[in-house]
Design a protein around this ligand. Structure first.
Ligand SMILES: Nc1ncnc2c1ncn2[C@@H]1O[C@H](COP(=O)(O)OP(=O)(O)OP(=O)(O)O)[C@@H](O)[C@H]1O
Length: 762
């Protein structure tokens, strides 16, 4: 081993970190200076300050990301070019701003992932450089140019050594990035230029999640400007999973991403309830779109033919009859606007007709001559009608203004418009409180569920937001700001006059200089003030139901229902999406079976499909057990091939007391292995016993995955991985749900090292 080579590399890395420290100091000083700047008086100064702070903070986040594993590779080209490759790009502080380390996403870094002995892509040598903190701990060189006879002493005998070391490492409960070891098939997907829908399919452990996250990082790099404005949304199956992946993008220096579960995609609603599998399936089916549309139309009523509505009025009773209401409804529907936005048309038509009715009655000439009332009288009558609260109460009854929450709570209390009465019964729930709950979600058992979220979104589309009240409030706010801005300008004008009074001859020209007052009126000044919303795009997107994302990544995409796809497609008008999943792992009863089924309604056949075929997580010994479970139903089933085998066979015991056996096995594992994480995956009915038997284990809706032992139900285990997994009562998992075999397959494929199975003996 050449220590000289090591020394040189260490020298380079030390210099690189020194540069990183400089840049970080500069960025921190930039933020501090910007925050301390006396910007409070002027809107423009404040704006500039906020932009600067945001920029420098983003830079700081990227620089912080560089702290660990800043540089991990080096490419030596035959033509003499020599580049270090890193997590972020860093330039020297010289005249040419020479790149010290090249961002892994840059085109020039690509041979690091793709070059082979057959296709060296101009490389003479590729080096993997492993660091711990700021110290170089190992070098692995691959010679790609057979004519190159120089040897460094670090030539790698096993080209996969770095990859295997990463795969063998003890898990921490948080997913790590894979920039150092991205494989060629993965690189192609990460950098795919496809602009529309890209479907990435692959069995367990093939790196789908890793690839999706690195693709997000790549897209943010390649299309920074556009995506910084529109943000990237990553949808993952549950909060534990989002926690598990949450460090990956920040470790790559990217923070402009919104992570959300499907249940979090309707701002203002927290979906904490659960549905029965049948209810989730019905709520997720596309038939719900038609049912809700029909239910909204049901809210546009007319009186019975023989039972007109009579509304008391000072100038005599008013009558809303079938014909009048029918015509008004026709006119309103003709606008093709959503319910709440069409409502004013209905209201105006009825008010008009009622005023007419009154005028005909009051002004009628008993001798058959023309009506006595002139235009002013009629206007007066119309005003009276419009001001009558009883008229408005009647209109509310016929065409109520509705919030999505109110509408859906009412609909689910008495569901309609589905063909199968059993479906209607499955989704019916106890009636909500009078206001549909404070966040719209009724309390207790009837809280909103994740399956309700796309229904709320559908309802919001059908109803449209009648934001006239909000707009009026906003306008009043704006007027206040204008008044305030006028005050500010007046003060500045007054002080200008005062200053200019003392000007010397030399300064006389200064009075010609434009002041703020000359170029900006109070209104514009106030508006500019208002624009100062410097939340990141991701933050704004999280609060805005109608946000159109620049790119959407959906993990475990096979789980989403048809209704959820409708919601997501509304958030992605450009259809720029990456969908990753594995139909063989579908657990949700509402999950859509095939990619064609999901996508045809939105993009027909204009989508690309790629596969990943190598399992990086699960050793061959464990995969054989998992595959056997699937082969019972599907004898031809072929799992992805495991990249490694460990020689450790899974164990399998049938016992009288599975809880005790599990507790003993957990204790034995912890005693045998000082590092890593262990998961017990068991059906929910065993959880109370296991919680007592496993003190210290994390459990619940958002278990802390960084704890040594975690207790999960099979659905929660989706997407996660652990060094050791104990699957308890596999038959209970298999028989306990609609897609129980898939759930069991998921559970059995979570281990990176060891698997134990505890069965009930009976
Ligand atoms: N190129 C790679 N280098 C190092 N580790 C990798 C690589 N590709 C995948 N892995 C690791 O393999 C494991 C499985 O990856 P990931 O979770 O992305 O797979 P998946 O296809 O999403 O799995 P599942 O569908 O079972 O949830 C992770 O620990 C990931 O870091």
């Amino acid at each position: 081993m050449s220590t000289e080579e090591f020394r040189k590399e260490q020298e380079f890395i030390t210099g690189l970190y020194a540069r990183l420290d400089d840049l970080r100091d500069q960025a921190e000083a930039g933020v501090a200076a910007a925050l301390a700047a006396p910007g409070a008086g002027s809107a423009q100064a404040r704006l500039e300050r906020d932009v600067l702070v945001a920029e420098q903070s983003g830079l700081l986040a990227a620089l912080d990301a560089g702290e660990s594993g800043l540089c991990f590779g080096r490419l030596v080209f035959r033509d003499g070019r020599d580049h270090h490759i890193g997590r972020i790009g860093i330039r020297a502080d010289d005249e040419h701003r020479t790149p010290l380390v090249v961002d892994w996403r840059a085109e020039v870094a690509r041979p690091f992932y793709l070059a082979t002995g057959y296709a060296p892509m101009g490389l003479s040598r590729r080096r993997h450089l492993t660091t711990k903190g700021r110290e170089v701990v190992s070098l692995h060189d691959e010679v790609l140019d057979l004519a190159d006879t120089t040897r460094t002493g670090h030539e790698n005998r096993d080209a996969d050594e770095v990859l295997l070391a990463a795969l063998d490492a003890a898990r921490t409960g948080r997913m790590h990035d894979i920039v150092q070891t991205i494989q060629a098939e993965q690189d192609g997907i990460i950098r795919s230029p496809h602009r529309g829908v890209l479907v990435v399919e692959g069995g367990p452990g093939t790196g789908k999640t890793a690839v999706a996250l690195h693709r997000a990082a790549y897209l943010l790099y390649a299309h920074r400007e556009q995506l910084a404005k529109r943000a990237v949304l990553i949808v993952g199956p549950n909060p534990a999973f989002l926690g598990y992946i949450s460090n990956v993008l920040p470790s790559l220096g990217e923070t402009g991403v919104l992570l959300a579960t499907p249940g979090e995609l309707f701002p203002g609603v927290e979906a904490t309830g659960t549905d029965t599998p049948r209810a989730a399936a019905v709520k997720g089916s596309v038939a719900m779109a038609g049912a809700l549309a029909a239910a909204v139309r049901d809210q546009q009523r007319v009186p019975e033919r023989d039972a007109p509505l009579t509304v008391p009025h000072d100038d005599g009773d008013l009558v809303i009859d079938w014909g009048m209401a029918l015509e008004a409804r026709h006119k309103a529907r003709e606008t093709r606007l959503p319910h709440n936005l069409a409502r004013p048309y209905f209201v105006f038509h009825i008010l008009d007709a009622l005023a007419e009715q009154l005028a005909d009655r009051i002004g009628a000439d008993p001798y058959g001559g023309p009506n006595f009332l002139g235009p002013d009288d009629r206007a007066q009558l119309a005003k009276g009608v419009a001001a009558n609260p009883d008229v408005h109460a009647a209109l509310d009854g016929l065409w109520p203004a509705l919030t999505p929450q109110r509408f859906l709570a009412d609909y689910l209390a008495e569901p309609t418009h589905l063909d199968d009465p059993a479906d209607l019964a499955a989704i019916r729930r106890p009636e909500s409180g009078p206001d549909g709950g404070s966040d719209g979600g009724p309390d207790g058992d009837a809280a909103w569920t994740p399956a309700d979220v796309p229904l709320l979104d559908e309802a919001a589309e059908l109803l449209g937001e009648d934001d006239s009240a909000a707009r009026a409030a906003e306008e009043a706010e704006r007027q206040k700001r204008i008044a305030y801005a006028q005050g500010v300008l007046d003060v500045s004008f007054a002080s200008r006059t005062y200053e200019f009074e003392d000007k010397t001859e030399l300064d006389k020209d200064a009075s010609e200089v434009l002041s703020a007052h000359d170029i900006i009126d109070a209104e514009r000044f106030a508006d500019r003030h208002e624009e100062a919303d410097h939340r990141s795009a991701a933050e704004r997107a999280a609060a805005d139901r109608t946000w159109a994302f620049g790119h959407i990544i959906v993990d475990e995409a096979q789980e989403l229902s048809a209704m959820m796809w409708r919601l997501l497609m509304r958030r992605s008008p450009t259809r720029s999406m990456t969908l990753v999943g594995d139909p063989a792992q579908t657990g949700d009863p509402a999950g859509v079976g095939s990619w064609e089924g999901i996508l045809a309604p939105y993009v027909e056949d204009r989508w690309e499909h790629v596969r990943l075929g190598v399992n990086y997580r699960t050793p061959a010994e464990i995969m054989a057990v998992a595959a056997a479970v699937r082969r019972v139903e599907d004898p031809g089933f072929e799992p992805p091939s495991s990249v490694r085998s460990t020689g450790v066979e899974p164990w399998d015991r049938s016992v009288e007391d599975p809880v005790k056996e599990t507790a003993d096995a957990v204790a034995a594992e912890l005693a045998a292995h000082a590092d890593g994480r262990l998961a017990v995956i068991a059906p929910e009915d065993l959880h109370p016993g296991l919680i007592t038997a496993l003190p210290g284990a994390a459990y619940g809706a958002k278990p802390d995955l960084t704890r040594r032992v975690v207790l999960l139900d099979p659905r929660q285990a989706k997407g996660l991985e652990f060094d050791t997994v104990l699957v308890v009562d596999p038959e209970g998992i298999r028989d306990g749900a609609t897609h129980g075999v898939n759930d069991l397959y998921v559970a059995l494929t979570r281990a990176t090292q060891r698997l134990g199975i505890v069965r009930r003996a009976d």
